[in-house]
Each structure stands twice: as structure tokens, then as C-alpha cells.
Design a protein around this ligand. Structure first.
Ligand code: 3H9
Length: 692
């Protein structure tokens, strides 16, 4: 065996050369890996004894793509293009031996090889679109030549991973090797192609499938139309489509030029920078600097939930889905029955939609026990309280739990606003108390705010993070403060949105600007969806706020057919003349001189105070890092991924510009816009939010 460089070896096995890459964790195409491929393959070609070459990887996976950390930096070492040329135009067949995931640049390397062998558990995909990119090493030109343009469109715009068996059926893989015996299988395959004198099969020369689609622009137009909602705001899906179009309409080398041009545009743009930031943020968020990695984990075998309402039921489903036995407690039989029936109905609907077989419904329901007696929670390892948002009620529940639930268990609250330190005073074991703030609908939304109270133990924190991962959530560890991280930032936007409609904008103006910015809906459409009467009471309402007046008129949102908007029978929203008049009257009553408000002002007034609040959260240590705030807002509130979250967006705009606007607004409109000390510091030091 010869070492080609630190990450590559070359071994000669009779007439077969095996080039092995070993660059943990994922054999990404860093400069040494590119060098290893180029020189390893060259040495094998130069060796007269060698008739064919196998390219294989050590560790958990085949090459999982370009090295994302290299993007945005000056290029170093041999280019990927050189490595691919060495393989494709070499004089000896190269067989890619795939295990784990051949992704992005990794699959592009494999597609440039003359043959591909994979183990059945392997997966292939071009996930660049998720990083705001397109496959820039020939993937968009080679993939459709094997799988056809329709399937290629689907793969490059979804970034989905395709299993080896399906790859075999599609022709992406030539042969499956026995699981665990990839090297033997790939070497045997290489010997076979030598013995059979098979040609050097170059994917670039396969033209049948792309030619068959030539002159059929409707393939692309229909695809664009069918996915318009999904792709809204993102650049990369459209650029990927244009590359597949080029593969269909242009000769291979011309198509490559289109791919390279569009790749360069994306890789240097802000959307891809934002999406790459999110990729790393999603991995960073699990790392807790002050909770040691070897912190003991509490074994969680049984979960208890108090409250079978919308929240409690949704939370229970997360655990049932992943095989945890759950006991759910209510105070009244009727409420318990209703809660359990809703869970069953949700599962049955999912089964009907084909998400899982009907037997699965019974399997999951079989894990659920309903009870009216809190004593049934005694042997739970984790209890999550999801009762009415009222401090006295919560403290009462925790006081009872303290007496009932076994020592060592985690006592969690799903409060979205109450002070968890105060809740913890109701028990004699405050170290066991933590916030697990699920977002509604709790069985769907990916975000979980794990809220650490003053006395929460490291064991409880580490276990909560691990449980979050098990149930498929993305968890951010945050500290106790009003609204925690997500809702605290939301409050800034809601306040400004309300002020804006008094000062001169209409609800639909504010909503349009925020929708166009990329949010799934604006604040007023969101209020209508949630219901304006949450926390409103008819008896106490005195018409003091616009919301009071809307509710008093029974305009309580979508459910009553009217709220800030009027709704038709299909729940399509229309601006409401009634609301417009109400706003004008209300503003007149309050002596507000309405003025024209620009779209820029709407956006800056709604978003910059959010960024400023994020800075306050950081300076108070209520979030570990700026990127955790981005994770919260992307996964809990639909902040557009291609803007990287509010803090990354702040860096895109520039902290200095955010600060200048906050000061300008403060001078005109007061201390709602008082800049955070950290914002001032970041600007003074010429830093970015991302540095925190
Ligand atoms: C591309 O290929 C462009 C080309 O078309 C064009 C070129 C011209 N680079 O996810 P994990 C790190 S774009 C650098 O926790 P898993 C990751 O940050 C690329 N680092 O493991 C983490 O680091 P840490 C297209 C990478 O087992 C560690 O590896 N490819 C890369 O759950 C472990 O990762 C992709 O988009 C990378 N490419 O999942 C694939 N990938 O330990 C992206 C990972 O410090 N990767 N890291 O936190 C993945 O989808 C998953 O990592 C994978 C493994 C499925 C491979």
C-alpha cells in the first residue's frame, strides 16, 4: 500500500488498483481529498500492471460533497474539475464503490467514474439546493443523461436522497454489493469489466434521454408551475431547473458552461451564504458549552403529560410516534375522551393519506394510556405539564407532581410565557424542573425551546436535548425571560405592526411586505388564523383596543369568517372595508395624524427591532449564540431560510445600518427603538452578530 497523501492510499490488488480516501467525518472534497483523487488515479493509470481502478472511502460514508467550509474562501489546491478530468478521460475504467451517502460533489465524482457499485444501505443525492446551490461539478448535466430530465428535476430541486435499490433501477448504480463487503464486491466487479473488456462508459456520451425531451419546453413550465409555492423566494430551485434545461437543449460541454456560470452566481450570493449558515447552525445548536459531553443521561422510558388539549395531545403524539409509552392525565373524563379521540383521528387521517399503514395507528394508540388520576404518573421518567397558562394553576400542578412522581424524573412545563424559576419554587427539587416549549401544532412544528431555569441540573438539560433529538425536533437551549427567545422577539414585531396600522398602513400592507420578505404570512393574517379572541373576554372587553372592537363585532378571525380580513367560504382573505373604517375612526379618536408609510419603513420597523431584541437576548445570555436565535425563528416562525434567520439577516444588512435606523426611529418615536448595548458594541468593534 502506498500513501498518496495524508488522506489517500493506493493499493494494487493484481490488475485492480484501489484508491482509498480517508478524511473524516464525511470525506468531503477538501483540497487534500481532491489532490488524493487526482494523484491516486494518475498513479494507478501510470502503473502498467493495473487494468481497472476502484475508488472507495473509509469511515461512515462515501464522499458527502464539496467541503462546505471552503465556499467563500480563496480556492486552494487542485480543482475538482482536474480530478474529474483525470477520471473521465483516463485510459482505465474507474469504479466508484459507494457506502453511506454519495452526496453533491460526491455523487458527481461517482457519476464521472465509468461504473458505480453500492451496498444496499447506500444513498445517493444532489442536495446542493438545500445550501442555496446547484451541483457545480457536472451533476446537472450527467444526472439527466441517466435518469431522464423529469426525475433529474425532482432530484436536484428537492435534494432528496435516493436509496441504492432505486438507484440500481434508475441506472445510477450498475451493481449492488453485499452489505459490509463493498470492497470485495467492487473489486470483483472491476475484474469482471476487465475480463469482459467492457468499454469506458462515459455518462457525458449518453444522449438518448435528454434528446427525447428536446423541443418539449412544457416539461419545465409544468414543473415550475406545480412547484411555484414551494420554491417561492428561493433562487436555487430555478437555477437548477435552468441547468437541466441546458442539459436537454445544449451539447454536454455547453451545458457545463451554463452550470458553471449559474453555480458561480449562487455560491457568491447571499441566499447560499444564508443557507450554508443554517446548515452549520443546525449542527451547532446541539453543542452546549457549559454542559460537559459526558454529563450522565437520565434513562427516559415512560412519559407523562398533563392536559389533553391541543398542546398536550400534540406533545403526546411526538412521543407515541417514536415508541415511548405515554400516560396523559386530564381532570374530566369528557376532556380526556375528546383529547384521545383527536389523537386517534389525526393518526387515522395520516394513515388514510398513506403516511403509514393502518396497523401503525393501533400500534401508536396502544402506547397511550388515559387517566384522571395524577398518581398514575408516579413511575414516569419525564412529565410534561401542558395545562392552562396561569401561574397559580401551574404551581399547584407542580406541587402535586413533587409529591407523586419518583425522584430523579424530569418535571417539565410547556409554558410559553410564565416564569419557570417561579414555577420551580413549587417543588422541593428545582433541579428537576425545565421548560420544554413546544410550538403549535406540536406534532408538526420542528422547534423545541428547551428552557433552562436557574437551578435546572446539567443532567436534566442534557437529557432534554437528547430526547428532543429522539423525537425529531430541533432544540435550542434558552434562558428564562418573558417569551423566552422566540416569542420575546415576536412581541417586537407585533407591537410595531399594530403601531403601523394606526399611523397610516393597513393590515394588508403590513402583511404583504412581510410575505414578500419571505414569511409564510404576515402578523394580521396570522392573528386571523389563530383567532383574535385568544385571551379576550366578552365580559371584560371595553373596546379599548382595535382587537377588542373586532371581537365585540364577532370578527374573531377565520373561524367566524371575518377578522382583520373578510373571508369567503373557501377561507380566501380579502381586505375589509369595515376594518379600514374602524382603523380610521380609531386613529381619529386617538388624535393620530395618519401618513403614508413606505414598504421600506414597514419592513425596517418590523424586522430591525427583532434583530435588536436578539442582541439584548445575547447580551443577557438567554441564548447561547446568535445562530441559535436564527434556528428558533426559522423553525418556529417560518423566517425564510434563504435569509438565514433574523440575526444572519442583520449581518447581511450590516449591524451599522440596523443601529443607524434604530437611532433614527428612537429619535422620532421613542424608546421602543432603544438600541441594545450589544448592538452598539458590535458596530463599535466592527464585528458581526455571527461572532457572538
Ligand atoms: C457540493 O457538493 C457542491 C458541488 O456540487 C460543487 C462543487 C464545485 N463539508 O451532519 P452531520 C460536517 S455542496 C464540510 O452531523 P450525519 C458537519 O458540519 C455539498 N463539512 O453527520 C459535522 O461537523 P461537526 C453537498 C461537512 O451523520 C460533521 O461533518 N453535500 C459536510 O448526521 C458531521 O455531519 C451536502 O450538502 C460538508 N459537505 O450526516 C451534504 N457535510 O461534527 C451535507 C458534513 O463539526 N452533509 N459536514 O458539527 C450532510 O447531509 C450530512 O452531514 C451527512 C452525514 C448526511 C453526510
Amino acid at each position: 500500500m502506498t500513501a498518496i497523501n495524508d488522506v489517500t492510499t493506493l493499493e494494487i490488488d493484481g490488475e485492480i488498483a484501489v484508491v482509498t480516501l480517508n478524511s473524516p467525518p464525511v470525506n468531503a472534497l477538501s483540497a487534500p481529498v481532491r489532490e488524493g483523487i487526482t494523484n491516486g488515479v494518475k498513479d494507478a493509470i501510470d502503473n502498467d500492471a493495473v487494468k481497472a481502478i476502484v475508488l472507495i472511502c473509509e469511515g461512515k460514508t462515501f464522499i458527502a460533497g464539496a467541503d462546505i467550509t471552503e465556499f467563500g474562501k480563496a480556492p486552494k489546491g487542485p480543482s475538482l474539475f482536474d480530478a474529474l478530468q483525470m477520471i473521465e478521460f483516463g485510459t482505465k475504467p474507474v469504479v466508484a464503490a459507494i457506502h453511506g451517502t454519495a452526496l453533491g460533489g460526491g455523487l458527481e465524482v461517482a457519476l464521472t467514474c465509468h461504473y458505480r457499485v453500492a451496498v444496499p444501505s447506500a444513498k445517493c443525492g444532489l442536495p446542493e439546493v438545500k445550501l442555496g446551490l446547484l451541483p457545480g461539478a457536472g451533476g446537472t448535466q450527467r444526472l439527466p443523461r441517466i435518469v431522464g430530465p423529469e426525475k433529474a428535476l425532482e432530484m436536484v430541486t428537492s435534494g432528496s436522497h435516493v436509496g441504492a435499490k432505486q438507484c440500481l433501477e434508475m441506472g445510477l448504480v450498475d451493481e449492488l454489493a453485499e452489505e459490509g463487503k463493498l470492497r470485495e464486491g467492487a473489486v470483483a466487479f472491476a475484474r469482471k469489466i476487465v475480463a469482459e473488456k467492457r468499454p469506458l462508459k462515459k455518462v457525458r456520451d449518453l444522449n438518448d434521454k435528454v434528446e427525447a425531451a428536446r423541443g418539449k419546453p412544457e416539461i419545465f413550465e409544468n414543473f415550475r408551475k406545480a412547484n411555484a409555492r414551494k420554491f417561492r423566494g428561493f433562487l436555487a430551485p430555478e437555477y437548477n431547473i435552468q441547468c437541466i434545461e441546458a442539459a436537454v437543449n445544449l451539447p454536454f460541454d455547453e451545458g457545463i458552461k451554463v452550470e458553471q456560470k449559474l453555480f458561480r452566481e449562487l455560491v457568491t450570493g447571499t441566499q447560499s451564504a444564508a443557507q450554508r449558515h443554517v446548515f452549520f447552525a443546525e449542527r451547532q445548536v446541539w453543542k452546549l458549552p457549559d454542559v460537559p459531553a459526558d454529563t450522565p443521561i437520565i434513562p427516559v422510558k415512560k412519559v407523562g403529560i398533563i392536559g389533553a388539549g391541543t398542546m398536550g395531545g400534540g406533545i403526546a403524539m411526538n412521543f407515541l410516534n417514536t415508541g415511548f409509552p405515554v400516560t396523559i392525565v386530564e381532570t374530566k373524563q369528557e376532556a380526556l375522551d375528546r383529547g384521545i379521540a383527536t389523537i386517534r383521528k389525526n393518526y387515522e387521517n395520516s394513515a388514510k393519506k398513506g403516511r403509514f399503514p393502518m396497523e401503525e395507528v393501533e400500534k401508536r394508540m396502544g402506547l397511550l394510556t388515559g387517566s384522571l388520576d395524577m398518581n398514575d404518573l408516579a413511575d414516569c421518567d419525564l412529565v410534561i405539564e401542558a395545562v392552562f397558562e396561569n401561574m397559580d394553576i401551574k404551581k399547584d400542578v407542580f406541587g402535586k407532581l413533587d409529591k407523586i412522581v419518583k425522584q430523579g424524573a424530569i418535571l417539565a412545563t410547556n409554558t410559553s410565557a410564565l416564569n419557570i424559576d417561579e414555577i420551580a419554587t413549587a417543588v422541593k427539587r428545582p433541579e428537576a424542573v425545565i421548560g420544554l416549549h413546544f410550538f403549535s401544532p406540536a406534532n408538526v412544528m420542528r422547534l423545541l425551546e428547551v428552557v433552562r431555569a436557574d437551578k435546572t441540573s446539567n443532567e436534566v438539560i442534557a437529557t432534554s436535548m437528547q430526547i428532543a433529538k429522539k423525537i425529531g425536533k430541533i432544540a435550542a437551549l434558552v434562558g428564562v425571560c418573558p417569551g423566552f427567545v422566540g416569542n420575546r422577539i415576536l412581541a417586537q414585531r407585533q407591537r410595531e405592526a399594530q403601531k403601523l396600522i394606526m399611523e397610516g398602513a393597513m393590515p394588508w400592507d403590513v402583511d404583504r411586505v412581510l410575505y414578500d420578505f419571505g414569511l409564510p404570512m404576515g402578523p394580521f393574517a396570522m392573528s386571523d388564523l389563530a383567532g383574535l379572541d385568544i385571551g379576550w373576554s366578552k365580559e371584560k372587553s371595553k373596546g379599548e383596543t382595535l382587537r377588542d372592537r373586532l371581537c365585540e363585532m364577532d370578527r374573531r378571525g377565520q373561524k367566524t369568517g371575518a377578522g382583520y380580513y373578510d373571508y369567503d367560504e373557501n377561507r380566501n382573505a380579502k381586505p375589509s372595508p369595515v376594518v379600514e373604517k374602524m382603523i380610521l375612526d380609531y386613529a381619529a379618536e386617538k388624535g393620530i395624524n395618519r401618513r403614508t408609510i413606505s414598504d421600506d419603513e414597514i419592513l425596517e420597523r418590523c424586522i430591525y427591532p427583532m434583530i435588536n431584541e436578539g442582541a439584548k437576548i445575547l447580551e443577557e445570555g438567554k441564548a447561547i449564540r446568535s445562530s441559535d436565535i436564527d434556528i428558533v425563528w426559522i423553525n418556529g416562525y417560518g423566517f425564510p431560510v434563504y435569509r438565514g434567520g433574523p440575526m444572519f439577516y442583520g449581518d447581511t444588512v450590516g449591524a451599522d445600518k440596523v443601529l443607524a435606523k434604530m437611532k433614527e426611529f428612537q429619535a422620532k418615536m421613542g424608546d421602543d427603538f432603544k438600541p441594545a448595548a450589544l448592538l452598539e458594541k458590535i458596530v463599535a468593534e466592527g464585528k458581526r452578530f455571527g461572532d457572538y
